[in-house]
Design a protein around this ligand. Sequence first.
Ligand code: KG4
Ligand code: ZN
Length: 333
Amino acid sequence: MITLGIESTCDEMAVAVVEDGIEIRSNVIASQSDFHKRFGGVYPEMAARQHVDLVIPTIREALEVAGVEPEGIDLIAVARGPGLIGPLMIGLNAAKTLSLAWNKPFLGVNHVEAHLYAAMMSNRAFVFPALGVVVSGGHTFLVKILNVGQYEMIGTTVDDAIGEAFDKVAALLGLPYPGGPEVEVLARNGDASRFGYKAGVVKGSPWNFSFSGLKTNVLYTVKGQNGNKRGKSAILEADRPDVAASFQEAALRDVTNKALKAAKEFECRAIYVGGGVSNNMRLREMLKSDIPVYFPGKDLSLDNAAMIAGLGTKLFSGEGDSLDLEPSSRISF
Ligand code: KG4
Ligand code: ZN
């Protein structure tokens, strides 16, 4: 079965062709992150407009690289959310249009669920029950995976997502967007024990996360307790790597501790990690267990359409969605 995947939830317009839910025939990603750098984050309306220009050439390229003609496509899978509504509309409308023009079924899938599927797909490992750890720019949660498409939520963030916290700390340290990878690089030369930061504890909810207090602690270190002292930094240039390392260690330690504990408590046979922060090498070092821990390969850890096509193939039951399907900026898991 050959599936064309389309991903446009944020600032990446991505299209991929995947065979049998696992074999990547093409995986094209047209990233706009250089464009959005000047705004210090994604500018949703501009992302949607760029998607309009990029969607057709990206679909063409994905088909060409895969060596597949439209007649050879069996299914069109598309991320229908969660994400930015304008950008989502472009991908979803493209999928509906192709579905009509080519007379092929289309299926809307959950982008965050696809991040977890990416770890299965990359490793060709489908071991259940498993623990799913989602660490992205918009989400941070632990979920018990009974099978692809069957989940039980364990715990989630009550405020910021971990990637969002990385991006905000990066901005405080004067690093460009997207900040996560920049914090990781700066942290390499830092002393992770210097500031003794800790992630928040959510009373009565041992599996939930809270990162906003941690972010505020970093703010106080960088700007001083009494505001920003007219924009002056309260730390020296030489302290920045220590701030980055201490923050990173605290955030990742919290995810790692809870994930390892949850895997035991919920009798999981494997751990799958998904979302942009899964790219972080320090996290990959820290999250080790006596059960297998699966991370997505490099080409599948950031937003991409191969994971959308893969998940769509697995969830397709022979009948696609109707053309009335709406994009959704929030979807509960
Ligand atoms: O999954 P993703 O590409 O988009 C969403 O679905 O949100 O995740 C993007 C997030 C951003 O916050 C980015 O800063 C973070 O993942 N990120 C990282 C790293 N690479 C990407 N955070 C920490 N370390 C990294 N190496
Ligand atoms: Zn994502």
